[in-house]
Design a protein around this ligand. Structure first.
Ligand code: 13P
Length: 249
């Protein structure tokens, strides 16, 4: 059975004190056994988040990392550095990284390799822009993002991969894909994995939906057969909203 997962991507929000406050708020809640919960604070707050969550089942993820082991890459952070800080999960390829930091599928393939080489779990994000959807090109774009960014990995490595479909037009806009649109794309994603690998890989990988998931729409979206949870932005910055989403399965 695939895992249900809800991950909160805090993006560039919350200083150290705000991070600690939000974590304390989250720690008040019980985490249901059928859901893996992940939070992704900014780099400077990863260590304190890990310390505060040491007795909790909530995992900590980084929002990005560099593909090299180390070296002259001013301002960057490697997989080994994350691991030494106790962080074993990383989000890669978020649409904001693709749009504002020019991350391409080819670059992301190298980040995927670096994460896997360092035995990290990775959340590979992808999704079409509004124009792609309007042109009816959304399936092609998503297929390309999968084929070029992640479908080169070995079958055995998929156990460390979570996929996150985030249509760019639904991120931070208040506009969600309808549950039917989400299911249609998630089924397409699973079939793409099936075509490249096999039934075991395709059925085993958790595929999250991201884009304006809120307490009032999570249940309907998570209720779809191929939607295994969510990658949450805005609503993850409030413990009550986030935990309502965690409890929406
Ligand atoms: P919102 O939930 O704010 O739309 O953000 C989604 C997202 O980008 C999560 O990574």
């Amino acid at each position: 059975m695939r895992k249900n997962i809800v991950a909160g991507n805090w993006k560039m929000n919350n200083d150290l004190q705000e991070t600690e406050r939000l974590l304390n708020d989250l720690l008040v809640y019980d985490v249901p056994e059928n859901v893996s919960v992940i939070v992704a604070p900014t780099f400077t707050n990863l260590v304190s988040a890990n310390t505060m969550l040491k007795d909790s089942t909530i995992e900590v993820a980084a929002q990005n990392m560099h593909q090299a082991d180390n070296g002259a890459f001013t301002g960057e952070i490697s997989a080994a550095m994350l691991k030494s800080a106790g962080v074993n999960t990383v989000i890669l390829g978020h649409s904001e990284r693709r749009a504002y930091f020019w991350e391409t599928n080819e670059l992301l393939a190298t980040k995927v390799d670096a994460a896997l080489k360092n035995e990290m779990t990775l959340i590979y994000c992808f999704g079409e822009e509004l124009e792609d959807r309007k042109n009816g090109n959304h399936f092609n774009i998503v297929k390309e993002q999968l084929e070029e960014g992640i479908c080169h990995i070995a079958e055995a490595e998929w156990k460390n991969v979570i996929l996150a479909y985030e249509p760019v037009w639904a991120i931070g806009t208040g506009e969600t894909a309808s549950p039917e649109q989400a299911q249609e794309m998630h089924e397409f994603i699973r079939n793409t994995i099936l075509d490249t690998y096999n039934e075991e890989v395709a059925q085993g990988v958790s595929i999250l939906y991201g884009g304006s998931v809120k307490p009032n729409n999570a249940q309907e979206i998570f209720g779809k057969k191929d939607v295994d949870g969510g990658l949450i932005g805005g609503a993850a910055l409030d413990a009550e909203n986030f935990m309502a989403i965690v409890n929406a399965f």
